[in-house]
Ligand binder design. Structure first.
Ligand code: PNS
Length: 158
């Protein structure tokens, strides 16, 4: 069983995340979408809300499981018997942080391999942070996130 972890804050899940999950599913038998508690980041959506939005979207894809984790990613990966960590890479600006994280995770556990997947070009400029900003300012996010996420954003801001 080839199993990968796709970790993140998912605050909230976007069409870019879903695109990466579908790509990862072509390479792995099972993909575990792992939501970091990330309390220090003060997310807009609570952990339970972020999990629920993923259950309504990503969990509909075959062999995709939603989980939460607290603590070190490599420890979670080991506990789940996953050999790979998936991260989306949109632009060069992502690279520095992602490279640092991948190599640090390798130092912590050499058995966990990080794999970068490029989302569809139209999602290159998409991020949860930008989606939240657009929604907060009353812009249209319907082409950037699933319907349930757009509704959840409008409940938060209006
Ligand atoms: O969606 P994000 O916020 O870019 O995801 C970042 C995340 C949650 C993947 C990263 O912060 C993480 O792995 N946190 C867990 C703690 C950890 O293992 N830190 C050491 C990795 S360098």
């Amino acid at each position: 069983m080839r199993r990968a972890i796709y970790p993140g804050s998912f605050d909230p899940v976007t069409n870019g995340h879903l695109d990466v999950i579908e790509r990862a599913r072509k390479l792995f038998d099972e993909v575990i979408v792992a939501v970091a508690h990330n309390d220090e980041k003060q997310p807009l959506f609570s952990l339970e809300e972020r999990l629920e939005l993923l259950r309504e979207t990503a969990a509909k894809i075959d062999h995709v499981r939603i989980a939460e984790f607290n603590g070190l990613l490599v420890e979670f990966a080991r506990a789940q018997k996953a050999g790979a960590v998936i991260r989306g890479l949109r632009a060069v600006s992502d690279f520095e942080f992602e490279f640092q994280m991948a190599l640090m995770n390798r130092k912590l556990d050499a058995a966990v391999e990080t794999i970068f997947l490029m989302p569809k070009e139209e999602y290159t400029y998409l991020s949860s942070r930008i989606v939240k900003e657009i929604a907060r300012l009353g812009g249209d996010v319907s082409s950037l996130v699933p319907v349930c996420v757009a509704k959840a954003l409008s409940r938060k801001f209006h």
